[in-house]
Ligand binder design. Structure first.
Ligand SMILES: Nc1nc2c([nH]c(=O)n2[C@@H]2O[C@H](COP(=O)(O)OP(=O)(O)OP(=O)(O)O)[C@@H](O)[C@H]2O)c(=O)[nH]1
Ligand SMILES: [Mg+2]
Length: 130
């Protein structure tokens, strides 16, 4: 399964995380908005569509940030994460999911979906380089 997610990052370095809804074992954990690729979409196209659907934002300037694979109990997931530096409109939680702007240093890896550890690490590394 191929998934693309967008990491909205504001001028102060905070990133937007959303709570995962539903009845999966991971409900209540946090993730970066995104979802599965559809049809012949590229990961970048899927990320733009998912952020439109989930947050009602129009992605502007973005860059590929990280590619990773994760084996969940029932599926193997290939994930592409993008840093989104600019967007139009204020993000809205379209599905009623909780939404928070957080500094990466204030996010605990245990709050995030299990695949997202390396992404948090990379965000923290990025902060240290500044
Ligand atoms: N959006 C998103 N998905 C992630 C992240 N990390 C991660 O492991 N995933 C996995 O990637 C998949 C996301 O696709 P999705 O959001 O469309 O999944 P879903 O099962 O809710 O879709 P569905 O309800 O339409 O079937 C899930 O299996 C999720 O566990 C992340 O940071 N963001
Ligand atoms: Mg989703």
């Amino acid at each position: 399964m191929q998934v693309a997610a967008g990491i909205l990052i504001d001028a102060s370095g905070r990133v937007l995380i959303t709570e995962r809804l539903g009845d999966s074992p991971f409900a209540g954990l946090w993730e970066f908005p995104g979802g599965k690729l559809q049809g012949d979409e590229t990961p970048a196209e899927a990320m733009v569509r998912e952020l439109r659907e989930e947050l009602a934002v129009e992605v502007g300037d973005s860059e590929h940030f990280m590619h990773l694979m994760h084996e969940y109990a029932d599926r193997s997931v290939e994930l592409d994460f993008f840093l989104v530096h600019s967007w139009q409109r204020e993000p809205i939680a379209c599905d009623g999911q909780a939404m928070e702007w957080r500094f990466p240093a204030d996010i605990s890896v245990a709050e995030l979906l299990p695949a997202d550890g390396p992404v948090l690490e990379a965000l923290l590394g990025r902060d240290r380089r500044v």
